[in-house]
Design a protein around this ligand. Sequence first.
Ligand code: HEM
Length: 355
Amino acid sequence: MNVYNQSGDVFVKKLAAQAKSNERFEVFQHVCMYTLEVILKCAFSYSEDVQTAGDSNEYVNTVNRITDAVTYRFLNPLMYFDTIWNLSSIGRQFKKDCNFVHTVAEEVIDNRRDALNKQDSTKGSRYTDFLDILLTACDEDGQGLTKLEIRNEVDTFLFEGHDTTASAISWILYSLAEHPECQQKCQTEIDEILAGKETDDLEWSDLSHLEYLTMCIKEGMRLHAPVPAITRDITEDFDLGDRVAPKGTTVIANIWVLNHMETIWGPDHMEFKPERFSKENIDRIEHFQYVPFSAGPRNCIGQVFAMNEEKVILTKLLRNFTFRLDPSHTVKRKMSSVMRTQNGMYMFVEKRRLE
Ligand code: HEM
């Protein structure tokens, strides 16, 4: 909670300057720097600030290019051939970009390994984080994870831990800016929860009281599907009713399509309607109907972390500002590994006058 809150304060400060300037700002880029800072601090006890280190971040930009390249390859069967892919300009850039993100992950790991070798850094005031667990984990024969295994885990966490949440937060903010009445309802709820407190930091016990904001978060993730699709390798023949997908096939489960099936969500499936997730209506949603974090044994292990992060940062932002879309700019979706935009997401932000 401290990290969400403190990094949230930095974000609020940056936006306050933006509000003063009266100029529009690009939401995704700012949110990405916030979520990257949060995951670096929480999972890797990274102490440097990402949000104040510049207008953009090389790691964030590189992950953007990597996920776009993966989607491009997915959609272009000619590129399935390694030789063609490796010779293409996107394939060559992809290789360079992978090397760069691996270097970042290795740097994070090596720094901590050095610290662990010098002293037991899991003791003392710092909490045991994800990286400590990876570095010290052993199997029953005393065998630890290899360097590559650790790097793979760090890569997954760094990517899964920031890009997905950035997409979710940005698109939820987009829907709230598009629906001022919903935005205002969230602000009223937040003001009530924070009334009488000295700061706008949320505490753990506040999270469960953000009922309306949680409905907006869930509906935002339905409408925009921050992770639009997942893949599975089928290990046995799978009967789909009118056809069989044979064992060994890789299938894509399209969460975006599921979230927009008229037969499930009704004719208004393209509309933002948080009341779908109200206490009265939520029981009508079936278990596998709504799976923004996937389902089954390989579902998202960061989902509680993500929901809490979304609640804290949206609370901070809506407590301090009112968001308005730039009417001169039409935001166009871009389906990548996460839902992005083709042309940026621009908004104006206005400082709220609080009593
Ligand atoms: C709104 C934010 C997020 C969304 C929408 C999301 C969505 C997903 C989805 C759909 C999957 C499953 C992929 C599949 O079934 O193949 C997944 C897996 C995963 N997520 Fe998330 N995620 C989010 C945030 C996070 C965060 C914050 C973390 C880390 C702290 C995280 C860590 C992971 C990991 C490690 C996996 C792989 C689990 C496995 O393969 O066993 N995610 N996520």
